[in-house]
Design a protein around this ligand. Structure first.
Ligand SMILES: O=P(O)(O)O[C@H]1O[C@H](CO)[C@@H](O)[C@H]1O
Ligand SMILES: Nc1nc2[nH]cnc2c(=O)[nH]1
Length: 296
């Protein structure tokens, strides 16, 4: 098991080509052989947001290290479990923790679970993440529906789709202008409105991390129209959409991006986790309701 990890010295060099259709199918089949549930919705829990997975009932919990060829979670706030079961009676597969390139994983490896979901029969992927709020009108604790992304890593050979393409997953040259499904965004906004929960909508940008951004980087992003910044999600959204799944993503604004050169403030992960814990319940409520709505 996990031959890849023992043979590879540099997991940051694992490309798309390493995860052949057959290899990904073997992971999907391994999981499907162990559960009765057939999820059509996958949920990725971001930093501090893994509590949602605990709401899943009749669940089978697989630690990532149990699953053949799966990477391991190394970040605080990412438990590292794949949870399969029922969220308010809707069959789901839930990543309680995701993979980031700053953990030393290539983007191909970080996003490999999206392909597993595809081969498990998943049709819709819901991504959640923690992010720094850049839009000047955003407050800590705001929930932002992601409508587009700017992801400089994906402009490079760290694009997760680099390598031999297998058309059974998706096309060689996928479009990226409609990754975040409009109907799903509208549906989610309706749910929030009915519950009197304020929402934001905007553009997410992801960097490789693990450092947070410099003031000048943030100012440049602001000029580009970016509203929130993180270190994940865009890569997963791209691959999920490439595989033909519908994508919906939300960012929780866990801290304010510092765009003043002389400010004494700075972002730190404990604050990110603390805000996520504080807002987890609202987020869980919205996502659960959303899952119910879109399951029909
Ligand atoms: O995107 P998620 O995993 O939610 O977490 C965000 O928060 C962490 C930094 O505090 C980074 O991992 C960043 O990507
Ligand atoms: N890159 C980045 N990731 C984050 N995750 C949570 N907050 C932030 C932030 O301010 N910047």
């Amino acid at each position: 098991m996990n031959e890849l990890y023992s043979n590879h010295i540099n997991l940051n060099a694992v490309t798309n080509s390493e995860f052949t259709y057959e290899r990904v199918k073997a992971i999907a089949d391994w999981l499907l052989a162990r559960v009765d549930t057939r999820p059509r919705i996958a949920i990725v829990c971001g930093s501090g947001l893994g509590g949602l997975a605990e709401k899943v009932q009749n669940s089978m919990v697989f630690a990532y290290e149990q699953i053949p060829d799966f990477p391991r979670s190394t970040v605080v706030g990412h438990k590292g479990n794949l949870v399969i079961g029922l969220l308010d009676n809707v069959p789901v597969v839930c990543m309680q923790g995701r993979f980031h390139s700053y953990e030393g994983y290539s983007n191909a490896l970080c996003t490999m679970p999206m392909k597993v979901f595809k081969l498990m029969g998943v049709e819709t992927v819901i991504l959640t993440c923690a992010a720094g709020g850049l839009n000047l009108s955003f407050d800590v604790g705001d929930i932002m529906v992601i409508k587009d992304h700017v992801a400089p890593l994906l402009w490079t050979l760290q694009n997760p789709l680099v390598g031999l393409n297998d058309d059974r997953f998706g096309p060689r040259f996928p479009a990226a202008n409609k990754i975040y499904n409009k109907k799903l965004r509208e549906e989610f906004k309706k749910i929030a409105k009915d519950k009197n929960i304020d929402l934001r909508e905007g553009v997410y940008s992801s960097f490789g991390g693990p450092c947070y951004e410099t003031v000048t980087e943030l100012r440049a992003l602001l000029q580009m129209g970016v509203d929130a910044v993180g270190m994940s999600t865009a890569n997963e959204a791209l691959v999920a959409s490439y595989c033909g799944m519908k994508v919906f993503a939300i960012a929780l604004v866990t801290n304010k991006a510092v765009i003043d050169y002389d400010s004494d403030n700075h972002p730190f992960h404990e604050e990110v986790i603390e805000t996520a814990n504080r807002r987890a319940q609202v987020l869980q409520e919205l996502v659960t309701e959303f899952v119910k709505k879109i399951s029909f």
